[in-house]
Ligand binder design. Structure first.
Ligand SMILES: Cc1cc2nc3c(=O)[nH]c(=O)nc-3n(C[C@H](O)[C@H](O)[C@H](O)COP(=O)(O)OP(=O)(O)OC[C@H]3O[C@@H](n4cnc5c(N)ncnc54)[C@H](O)[C@@H]3O)c2cc1C
Length: 348
């Protein structure tokens, strides 16, 4: 059996899947290096800093069905990296200002969704991964462009700045499916099924209103065909003392995002704000600031259907939410099982 500290593993991607895989391998003593193309960690658990606070412009809330992920959320809550979120939620069209402005609990509005507890990262969404950030090496702003097999048992990674890293005994790739397949298909046809995964895009608009947006709801699910989600991004259930500017995040529906994928950001903002005005039936307050972000690969529509995909004698493993579904929990589970599969390959 190899000495753990001599086993070198590379993980591509520092979202929930990559960090769950990295922390699992690190905690049994393997030498782990995470490569992340962005400046920050969390991937689609994303928050953007502005002059008056953070917008969560990716994942909005997290739920747990798997006991292991539930335990992670409890741990994250104790760690102050997560908190319960109980928005006053409206489901469907016409979330207007005259609607119930009381602080009714989620259960009154969402039917069967109410069986789930909702969590958010604390103080903002991208902090949810904090319990998984252990003292392994994280190479930020390194976009891996190629995995080079040196032989059957070791691999070099190359980035877009001509950097070369390794050798590694194993690699776990957790980029969204279309990016993972680009990296892995040159290695083996075993990875071809990843091409069948379908991920929907999402336009996200971050808007700060000068005055509170006068609705009794903190979040709206599908208030219009254009908008799949609109939510006040600050945690403030006190409708009489809302802070200003009032920050909201709008997510365009998959259909609308696909149809407007290449549209100019300003036009997207204009159209989605108009859709919000129509859906709410009220004039929107003056805008303090507004920006948009395009997620090309936001939510899985057709998953792989298994928790991870092995190739190269089990030493190069594909993982990510898209293996199992469209939720943060799917990413966590996929990262975990990919790490266990790597342990099995190397030590089994
Ligand atoms: C708008 C939106 C709303 C959502 N809402 C919810 C929600 O409310 N609830 C929920 O549970 N889920 C939601 N999701 C889905 C959730 O965010 C994802 O399921 C989860 O965060 C995916 O984690 P992951 O680690 O698999 O992938 P990611 O978070 O995408 O992580 C992959 C990482 O890999 C990096 N990367 C990619 N290519 C390379 C490369 N070549 N080299 C180095 N690094 C690379 C990326 O920068 C990224 O950080 C939402 C997603 C979006 C976009």
């Amino acid at each position: 059996m190899p000495k753990m500290s001599k086993v070198n593993i590379a993980v591509i991607g520092a979202g929930m899947a990559g960090l769950k895989a990295a922390s699992t391998l690190h905690s049994i003593g393997m030498n782990v290096t995470v490569f992340e193309k962005s400046r920050g960690l969390g991937g689609r658990l994303a928050s953007r800093r502005t002059e008056f606070g953070h917008f969560n412009h990716g994942a909005q809330y997290v739920t747990a069905r798997d006991p292991g992920f539930d335990a992670f959320l409890q741990e994250a809550t104790e760690f102050n990296a997560a908190r319960n979120w109980t928005p006053n939620l409206h489901r469907g069209t016409r979330a207007d200002a005259t609607a119930d402005a009381g602080l009714s609990p989620i259960a009154r509005h969402v039917g069967n969704l109410a069986v789930e507890q909702w969590y958010q990262g604390a103080p903002q969404m991208n902090k949810l991964i904090r319990p998984l950030v252990l003292p392994f090496t994280i190479q930020k702003q390194h976009r891996i462009t190629r995995i080079e097999p040196l032989n059957q048992r070791s691999f070099m990674l190359h980035d877009d700045l001509d950097g070369a890293f390794g050798p590694f005994d194993g690699v776990i790739v957790t980029a969204p499916a279309p990016q993972t397949v680009q990296l892995l298909q040159p290695l083996s046809s075993r990875y071809t099924p990843i091409s069948d995964v379908v991920m929907a895009p999402c336009w996200s608009v971050m808007v700060a209103f000068e005055k509170p947006f006068p609705t009794g709801f903190d979040a709206m699910l599908y208030p219009s065909p254009e908008i799949s989600w609109a939510a006040r991004t600050a945690q403030n259930n006190d409708i009489f003392h809302r802070r200003t500017p009032d920050p909201w995040v709008l997510h365009a529906s998959p259909e609308w995002s696909r149809a407007h994928l290449e549209e100019d950001k300003d036009r997207v903002i204009e159209k989605l704000l108009a859709a919000l005005r129509n859906a709410s039936g009220i004039k929107l307050p003056e805008l303090h600031s507004v920006q948009a972000h395009r997620w090309r690969h936001a939510r899985t529509e057709v998953p792989l259907g298994k928790s991870h995909l092995n190739g190269m004698n089990g030493r190069v493993i594909a993982a990510g939410d898209w293996c199992l579904g469209a939720r943060v929990e799917a990413a966590w589970r996929s990262g975990q099982t990919a790490a266990h599969a790597m342990i099995e390959t190397l030590l089994g």
